[in-house]
Ligand binder design. Sequence first.
Ligand SMILES: Cc1ncc(CN)c(N)n1
Length: 223
Amino acid sequence: MSYGRTFPLWRAAAGDTWHDYTRHAFVEGMRDGSLPRDAFLHYLVQDYVFLVHFSRAWALAVTKAETLDEMRACAATVHALLDEEMRLHVQTCAAEGISEEALFSAEEAPQNLAYTRYVLDAGHSGDFLDLLAALAPCVLGYGEIGARLGQEAGDTPYRDWIATYADADYQQTCAAVGALIDAAAARRLGDAPEQSPRWPRVCARFAKATRLEVDFWEMGLSA
Ligand SMILES: Cc1ncc(CN)c(N)n1
C-alpha cells in the first residue's frame, strides 16, 4: 500500500526495520492461526492502553496543527481510534471475561510505555510534522498488515482482528492520514521535502517509532 507519496519514502528510509515490523512472527501467527491465545490476549489488553495514549497523541496533533483541514483530519483520527478501533478490543476481551474497567486500569508494559511516551514527546518537543512522523508507523503499518492478511489469511481464530484492519473504514483512515502527511510535509518542508535539511530528522522519527512497533510485538509474544 502506498497511502500517498511521503509514506513510501519514510518506509524505504526505515530499511529492514519496516519488514521486521510488518512481517513479525506475531503477525504471521495471526495469519496462519498458530499464535497462542494467551499471547494475543496479553497484546490486546496492552493495545487497549496503547490506544488510549495514542488517542491523546492525535489530540495533541489537533493543538499542533496550523490549518483547519489539519485539525479536522487529526480530530477524525481521534474519533476513529476511540469509537471504532477500540471496539475490537472491548468486544474481544468481553468475550474472554475481561471488562472494559480492567482494560482501562491494566498496568502498562515497559514497551508500551516507551512507545506511547516517545510519540507524545515527539509532539511536545517538535512540531506537527515531527509528531506525524512518529504517529505514522502505527496507523499505516496496521493498514498494510490488515490489507495483506485480508488477502492471505486462511482459517484463523484471528479473523476479527484482521477484518478490523482490512476493513474499508480503516483503509479510508489510512488514505486520509497519508494525504495529511503529504500536505503537512509540503507546507513545512517545501515541494521537494527530501531536499530539506529537516528530512533526515523526520525519517529518523519514523524509523524509531517503527522499531518500537517491533518491540511491541515482542512484548506480546513474551506472555
Ligand atoms: C501497537 C499498535 N500499533 C498500531 C496500531 C494500529 N492503530 C495499534 N492498534 N497498536
